[in-house]
Write a protein that binds this ligand. Structure first.
Ligand SMILES: *[C@@H]1O[C@H](CO)[C@@H](O)[C@H](O)[C@H]1NC(C)=O
Ligand SMILES: *[C@@H]1O[C@H](CO)[C@@H](O)[C@H](O)[C@H]1NC(C)=O
Length: 375
């Protein structure tokens, strides 16, 4: 009965989702259908291999066999424009299927790219993945499906080894990144959810970091509902930089609401919090040199080392003090000791004399088997 009611209520929720927009899109990052509620409507969101994660570089496993990522035909523009759209959750750009990836266990074909960001001001938050607990201001995801195992994206997205996503951490600095303007310049045309615009094709490779050989690799999920656990993740170590004003544009121009709604809400903070790693391993294609001087582990080791050293030193000092004290008391003793020594000798003599007396008083017993002859 209980599970039946659950099924009915989930079904009703599902109907409601389909009903309101024509597609199952009623979820948000915060509020009543926020992140903590996703798993109630989309069970996979409560799985044990979810994304994003925090990458703890002291616990990644270096795998020297991981090759550099090679984008295939990312710079081939074709003769059609790209389509940029506002999904209500992100800005989304479809990618031509001739674009792909090699350097992964299968051949993957490109599907789309999109971004995640924060509010664009103050501390850097907005990225989904974090490295050693540190967020970035935004994150680019380039989504691909496994074209060797599956016929299309909709078939692949629910399957193991179905998808491969490239994750790029984006940081704000003073210099303008022209490549990102190929997207940002058109955001004004798609301010409301559901809007689309055609934009001139551009070299998608230019959105990625220069170094595609250093990355983290793990098995995870889509970071939005329905959170399918079908993604082989590649998170690049090198961050891409955009200007503060570019970041401000990204995080202030779009709305998560449709054009006909009375109350508009800004499309901001569209990032999921990091999920438990559970028993997964994060591989790294490189040996990570920490950007801190000491990692937390190293600091702990140094503190423990110092403590042990101090305890050891104290023990040694105590031992030396004790030794000095006892030798100095021995220095005093000989003057006392010579006196009792004769006494102990006397005691020995007395004992010996007693024994002599005893033996003499009983002469038959020692070494005399004679009594045996009595019987
Ligand atoms: C994807 O592939 C499946 C099975 O191969 C097929 O049934 C479906 O129609 C395809 N979908 C699209 C959008 O091409
Ligand atoms: C991901 O999962 C597959 C099995 O589905 C496994 O063979 C592979 O080693 C895993 N990769 C990582 C990086 O853990």
């Amino acid at each position: 009965m209980d599970t039946d009611w659950k099924r009915v209520s989930v079904f009703l929720l599902f109907l409601k989702c389909v009903d309101c927009t024509g597609t199952a899109t009623e979820w948000t990052y915060a509020g009543t259908v926020g992140q903590s509620e996703w798993a109630k409507i989309f069970p996979d969101c409560g799985g044990s291999s979810q994304s994003p994660i925090n990458v703890d570089t002291s616990r990644t496993l270096h795998d020297p066999t991981l090759p550099p990522i090679q984008p295939l035909a990312y710079n081939k523009l074709g003769n059609k424009p790209f389509t940029l759209s506002n999904s209500g959750h992100t800005v989304h750009m479809t990618l031509p299927q001739w674009m792909g990836l090699s350097g992964l266990p299968w051949h993957y074909s490109a599907v789309q790219l999109h971004l995640h960001w924060g509010k664009g001001v103050g501390v850097a938050t907005g990225s989904e993945h974090t490295i050693n607990g540190r967020s970035s201001s935004a994150e680019l995801h380039v989504v691909h499906y496994n074209a060797e195992l599956y016929g299309n994206m909709s078939e692949a997205k629910t399957q193991g080894n179905g998808l491969a996503v490239l994750g790029v951490l984006i940081e704000a600095c003073d210099e303008v990144n022209q490549a990102y303007n190929s997207i940002l310049n058109y955001l004004g045309h798609i301010r409301y959810a559901g809007q689309k615009v055609s934009i001139p094709a551009f070299d998608v490779r230019s959105l990625l970091p220069d170094d595609l050989s250093e990355y983290f690799r793990y098995n995870g999920s889509l970071t939005t509902p329905p959170c399918y656990q079908s993604v082989l993740w590649t998170l690049f170590n090198e961050r891409v930089k955009i200007s503060h004003s570019q970041l401000m544009k990204l995080s202030s121009v779009l709305y998560s609401s449709k054009a006909d709604t009375a109350e508009v809400s800004a499309l901001q903070d569209n990032y999921r919090t990091t999920q438990p790693l559970n028993n997964r391993t994060v591989l790294s294609s490189f040996i990570h040199v920490s950007d801190q001087i000491y990692t937390a582990g190293e600091i702990a080791a140094i503190v423990i080392g110092c403590l042990c050293g101090c305890v050891g030193l104290t023990v040694i000092i105590l031992f030396i003090v004790k030794t000095i004290r006892s030798t100095s008391s021995w220095d005093v003793l000989p003057s006392i000791r010579p006196a009792p020594q004769p006494r102990t000798k006397d005691v020995g003599k007395e004992v010996k004399e007693d024994m002599v007396l005893k033996t003499t008083s009983d002469p038959e017993k020692p070494e005399d088997p004679a009594p045996q002859t009595e019987s």
